[in-house]
Every structure is written in structure tokens, then in C-alpha cells.
Design a protein around this ligand. Structure first.
Ligand SMILES: Cc1cc2nc3c(=O)[nH]c(=O)nc-3n(C[C@H](O)[C@H](O)[C@H](O)COP(=O)(O)OP(=O)(O)OC[C@H]3O[C@@H](n4cnc5c(N)ncnc54)[C@H](O)[C@@H]3O)c2cc1C
Length: 335
């Protein structure tokens, strides 16, 4: 069986960690199936990356290099991947699930007439058959997949295999590829890493509920204050932001907080985050929302209503208080 490890190089010419992990997965397959391993690399230049893994046991190193392949661009990346897979006569193609590779994986599979499975967490050989593992239904079910289809293109999630470290000196056969694309890359602008408000690695989840947008005891709505208080607490604690469905649904009406999307929604029809602690503010704590908290370790809530859902055994601590005042004071104390 011909196994192709297919990856892009990084901006500095190296092979990234996720790619080195995917290489370990590919090597496991070729060893397990007594097949041949080919390395296929694309980027501005590929020699440095090939040397980084020269001793990985691959029988062949193929490359597509040049200014056209320096940056992520669908047309050029897909052309490079297609050419590398065809030159390798690949039956199984293993790519890292980086954002750059993920953008083209399905399209490349289509060009090759291949089956495609993405974000695998395991790739094993059992009884002469390849068994792929991946999560379904937001990590509620672990599925095992076997396929007869060839070629079979897969992407492998980072953190599931040890990174291959096999430096040496590789002899790379360069392919000539002319990408059919009308897009010119003039530069890439990326937001700062902490600009996002959903931070899965944070210790604390701050949930904002619909109360932030409701008429307050003074008879007024205070959406601007709500925005700055929530963003202030996020900045001070580097916590992750979640929301109730009622609050994110108001975005469509232009009435909610401008930085919230449905990606923030926690609950039955939202996400199930896994932070160590959670603080709900202006959120009632109804079951369809609280079910999304089942992996949160310590739960606290701030609500004006002493009989809200959180008080019905759903929170460890309920502060019966005005979340505007509590959040303001908290941010001051954390300065
Ligand atoms: C099939 C189905 C699926 C659903 N899925 C989800 C889901 O995934 N996620 C989800 O969140 N919901 C979901 N819901 C909706 C859910 O039942 C609730 O309607 C929703 O969670 C209510 O949001 P809330 O608590 O923010 O709003 P509200 O119920 O309006 O509560 C607002 C709270 O803010 C408090 N408040 C107001 N001002 C202040 C203040 N100054 N200080 C402190 N507290 C204040 C009020 O006392 C009130 O308790 C689902 C419903 C259904 C039927």
C-alpha cells in the first residue's frame, strides 16, 4: 500500500509540530500495512522541512516549491496537493488538520476521486485493515471508521500522535506545478491571538445571559455599559466568554452585545465547554442552558432573582446581586 504523508511547510521553511505528528500517523500505517511511505511537501521551499524528517523511513521525498506556494491559497495549495498525490500513486493520504491543510482537504479529495475523513484522533492497523478514529456529536461519541475506497484522504488532529523527529539529509524530487488561480496573495492579516473571546484553555468560563440587555431597576437598558463591563472582565481575567441562547438570539434583532455570535451559546443546542470554573451573570439557569455546564467543575451565578434556576441546585454558589455592580467591582479589584 502506498501511503503519502502530505503537508505544507511553515513560513520559516520548517515543518510544524502538527505536521510532524501526522507523519508519525502515516508512518504507523505504512509500517502496519507493510507498504511504502512517500513524503510530499509544498511551500515556498521544502528542503529544510524534508531534512527535518529525512530519516523517517520514507522511500521517496516529493516537493512542490516556489513563491506561488508560500502562502495559503486554495487554488495553489489544491494544485500542489493533487500533483503530489498523483505522483506518489497514493492510496492513503495523511495530512495534518491545520487550518491551511483543512481548507483544501475536501477539494483535493474531490479532484482525486478519493474518500475523505477529517480530524481523526487515531489511525491504527487491525487485522490488515486501517481503522480510523474520530469524535462525533461534539465529542459525545467516539466512532471507528473502515473504508474500502482508495484513495482515502484523511486529516489528523494535533495532539494525538508523538511528533516525528528524524533529521538528516533528504533528496527531494521537485514537481513542476502551475496553479490555476486568479487570486494574488498580497499579505495575511491575522488578529492577535487573544482577540478572540472563546478561549477553550481558560480556567474560567464567564456566561452572559439575556438580563444584560433587559430593562434594569432604573427603568433603562444599559447595553453599552454591559459591553464594556463584560469585555473589561474578560481582559482582566483572560477567561472565556459563553452566552445563553436568549442573549445570542437577540443579535439578529440588533439588540444584543456586538461581540456575541451563536458560537458563544452554551447549552443543549450550543456548546459543552470544559472549564474548571464557571460564572453565570444575568442568566436564569434554565435546564436547556445548564445542561451545557455538565463538565464545568465549580459553578457560580449572579442573579437579581433569588428563585432563579441556579438556586434550584444548579449552582454551588448563587450571589443574589446586580451583575452590573458585581462585575464593575470585580474588574476594579482585579486591576
Ligand atoms: C429545545 C430547546 C433548546 C434550547 N437550547 C438552549 C441552549 O443551548 N442554550 C441556552 O442558553 N438556552 C437554550 N434554550 C433556551 C432556554 O430554555 C432559556 O430560554 C434560555 O437559556 C434563557 O436565557 P437567559 O437565562 O439568558 O434569559 P432569561 O430567562 O430572560 O433570564 C435573564 C435573567 O437575568 C436576570 N437579570 C436581569 N438583570 C440582572 C442584573 N442586573 N443582575 C443579575 N441578574 C439579572 C433575571 O433575573 C433573569 O433571571 C433552549 C430551549 C429549547 C426549548
Amino acid at each position: 500500500m502506498n501511503v503519502l504523508f502530505l503537508a505544507h511547510t511553515e513560513e520559516d521553511g520548517s515543518l510544524g509540530k502538527a505536521a510532524c505528528e501526522a507523519l508519525t500517523a502515516a508512518k504507523g500505517l505504512s509500517d502496519g500495512m507493510a507498504g511504502a511511505l512517500t513524503v510530499g511537501l509544498y511551500g515556498a521551499e521544502v528542503q529544510q522541512a524534508a531534512d527535518q524528517i529525512a530519516a523517517c523511513g520514507a522511500s521517496k521525498f516529493l516537493g512542490v516549491a516556489g513563491a506561488d506556494f508560500a502562502s495559503a491559497r486554495y487554488g495553489s495549495d489544491a494544485s500542489a496537493c493533487e500533483a503530489l498525490a498523483k505522483a506518489a500513486g497514493a492510496e492513503v493520504i495523511v495530512m495534518p488538520a491545520t487550518s491551511r491543510a483543512s481548507r483544501v482537504a475536501a477539494g483535493v479529495a474531490q479532484r482525486l476521486g478519493a474518500a475523505v475523513d477529517t480530524r481523526l484522533t487515531g489511525l491504527d492497523v487491525a487485522g490488515g485493515t486501517i481503522v480510523a478514529t474520530r469524535w462525533f456529536y461534539r465529542q459525545r461519541m467516539l466512532g471507528k471508521i473502515e473504508r474500502d475506497a482508495k484513495p482515502w484522504l484523511v486529516t489528523v488532529d494535533s495532539g494525538c500522535f508523538a511528533a516525528c523527529d528524524a533529521p538528516g539529509s533528504a533528496s527531494v524530487e521537485l514537481l513542476s506545478v502551475t496553479p490555476a488561480t486568479r487570486t494574488t496573495v498580497t499579505g495575511i492579516i491575522a488578529p492577535a491571538a487573544d482577540a478572540q473571546t472563546i478561549r477553550p484553555d481558560a480556567k474560567l468560563l464567564l456566561v452572559a445571559g439575556a438580563g444584560w440587555g433587559k430593562t434594569q431597576p432604573d427603568g433603562q437598558k444599559h447595553l453599552d455599559d454591559a459591553s464594556s463591563l463584560i469585555l473589561g472582565l474578560l481582559a482582566a481575567t483572560q477567561c472565556s466568554l459563553g452566552s445563553s441562547k436568549s442573549l445570542v438570539d437577540q443579535s439578529g434583532e440588533g439588540a444584543a452585545l456586538p461581540f456575541l455570535t451563536h458560537m458563544h451559546q452554551v447549552g443543549q443546542t450550543g456548546s459543552t465547554p470544559r472549564h474548571a470554573k464557571g460564572l453565570a451573570t444575568c442568566c436564569h439557569g434554565e435546564e436547556p442552558h445548564v445542561v451545557g455546564w455538565r463538565f464545568i467543575g465549580e459553578r457560580r451565578a449572579v442573579n437579581l432573582d433569588a428563585n432563579c434556576g441556579w438556586a434550584q441546585g444548579k449552582a454551588d454558589v448563587l450571589y443574589v446581586a446586580d451583575a452590573f455592580a458585581v462585575t464593575k467591582k470585580l474588574a476594579e479589584l482585579l486591576k
